[in-house]
Design a protein around this ligand. Structure first.
Ligand code: PHE
Length: 504
């Protein structure tokens, strides 16, 4: 004999009252039960074969902001053809556009659609438009009007005719419509359920909470305690949480701190002196060119450090100074060094720090933002994060550097790290740390690394070897979070942020 809980009985009776079959939303409003309660009851009832759950995919469509404006004022091509007709059916493009009050991007869009819809021809040479046939109200315009008039401005695409559904696809491409897929659930009482209802169902009085009264009065012995189904789906909740990228930043910080490093931070705007010159990058170095570095226009220039340091850097660039190097052999310009840039790497901060701190041992790191004028793609953004660190100590070697990085990345969960030879103007030897990502079947670069050259150390009066490394954090985050588009990290797409677990 089946025993029903109160909610289950109520759900079943409500469906019977609604004719034996009803949408979940209807049951919720009629019964006053919550959506989650009805769904929970439905799952149990369907397990007991008392009802069936039918699921149907539904596409809901509504007008975007732009779509709403066009719905009110007419599609741009409609405005254009009306303007053309008011000018007598043949006119210069510019004049027609102006008369239609179209601007910017809407102009080419309107012209394109005018042609596709066959409302007018465009004579490019003469720059004129000629109206062709009478511009009938199109199915796209009809659908837009239909949606605007629909309840809450939303329609179910599946309920439309084929032609109208075609228009929906076009309007979506034009970004005038947005859609969302939903699952519509209908509950239907089975034969078995109907029989049970005929016999009459009495709810099982269950206690879902054990109260002190029940215990003291010993009533709990006779009451039936409700079992909890801990695997039943509940309503999703979206509590506040730390952004996934910030979580990874915190993890990198924690690992460095545990390894005995101290965090340093510096300004986003630096002089070219610290970003480039102090790192022995010649002033005509390709990385400085406009396409890589963002230079500030206001204010244009900052201050150079004390004369002793500037003189030493000047000489090192010009002739190698006391470093044994020949330098780059060009006249160093202080004006170029003063120019302000959005720092292109956090190495600007480590060298600046070292210029003021010379007592070994030094172990510092930073996890911070840097900027490069990169085209925005799935793998590049103009603003990104770098993890940077240095160790300065008596007798420190490249081997120590590799060990330090291996430990860091291992703690991050990256086991297969290799060091490949590389080049940086400020380190010798130089290498790059690579990690194998099985999922991608290839190696990706984690960071650049090396030992600062004498040309970097001498002008800052640094007497001991310096191990340095720096690399992108966002790429690491992509691997960790399984992303194939870096833009997700910065786009604040709520859906993605919600789906990404609070604990990785
Ligand atoms: N600054 C380098 C970059 O941005 C990385 C690097 C740091 C290389 C320190 C060597 C030493 O790519």
């Amino acid at each position: 004999m089946v025993r029903l809980r109160k909610n289950e009985q109520q759900t079943l009776l409500t469906i019977a009252h609604l004719g034996g079959k009803a949408k979940v939303s209807q049951i919720v409003t009629t019964s006053n039960l919550s959506h989650a309660a009805v769904m929970r009851a439905a799952l149990t009832l369907s397990k007991e074969k008392l009802l069936q759950i039918h699921e149907q995919k539904q596409t809901i469509a509504w007008l975007t902001k732009e779509g709403e404006i066009y719905e009110k004022n007419g599609l741009p091509e409609r405005c254009l053809i009306e303007s053309l007709n008011s000018l007598g059916g043949k006119a210069k493009i510019d004049k027609t556009v102006k008369n239609a009050r179209l601007e910017g991007q809407r102009v080419p869009i309107a012209l394109g659609w005018l042609r596709i819809k066959g409302w007018a021809t465009i004579e490019r040479k003469e720059n004129t438009l000629t109206a062709l046939k009478k511009p009938q109200i199109g199915i796209d315009e009809e659908v837009m009007a239909l949606i605007a008039r629909a309840d809450k401005g939303r329609i179910v695409v599946e309920e439309l005719e084929k032609k109208e559904r075609g228009a929906i696809a076009t309007l979506r491409k034009r970004k005038l419509l947005a859609v969302e897929e939903k699952i519509l659930r209908t509950l239907e009482i089975s034969l078995h359920g109907q029989k049970l209802l005929k016999k009459g169902v009495a709810p099982d009085e269950e206690v879902s909470q054990l109260t002190p009264e029940l215990i003291v009065s010993k009533k709990w012995r006779t009451k039936k305690l409700r079992k909890f189904n801990v695997t039943a789906p509940g309503a999703p909740i979206y509590p506040g949480k730390i952004h996934p990228l910030q979580q990874i930043i915190e993890r990198a910080r924690k690992i460095f701190l545990e390894m005995g490093f101290t965090e340093i931070r510096g300004p986003l705007v630096e002089t070219a002196f610290w970003n480039f010159d102090a790192l022995f990058q010649p002033q005509d170095h390709p990385a400085r060119e406009m396409h890589d570095t963002f230079y500030l226009s206001v204010p244009k220039a900052g201050q150079l450090p004390n004369k002793k340091v500037v003189d030493a850097v000047t000489k090192t660039h010009e002739n190698g100074w006391t470093t044994g190097s020949k330098g780059w052999g060009y006249p160093w310009s202080a004006a170029e060094g003063r120019r302000l840039v959005l720092r292109t790497h956090t190495t600007a901060e480590t060298i600046k720090y070292l210029s003021a701190q010379q007592k070994p041992p030094i172990k510092v790191f930073s996890v911070d933002r840097v900027y490069r004028n990169e085209q925005l793609t799935y793998k590049n953004t103009a603003e990104f994060h770098q993890i940077e660190g240095i160790v300065m100590d008596k007798g420190a070697t490249l081997r120590d550097l590799m060990g330090t990085l291996k430990t860091f990345y291992e703690r991050f969960g990256l086991e297969t790290v290799q060091f490949w030879p590389s080049y940086f103007p400020y380190t010798e030897p130089s290498a790059q740390a690579m990690v194998y990502v099985p999922k991608l079947h290839h190696w990706i670069e984690l960071c650049g690394m090396g030992m600062f050259r004498p040309e970097v150390l001498a002008p800052m009066d640094i007497k001991h070897p310096v191990l340095a490394w720096g690399g992108g954090l966002d790429r690491l985050a992509m691997v960790e979070l399984g992303l194939d588009d870096i833009r997700l990290l910065h786009g604040n797409r709520l859906g993605w942020i919600r789906r990404t677990p609070a604990c990785q």
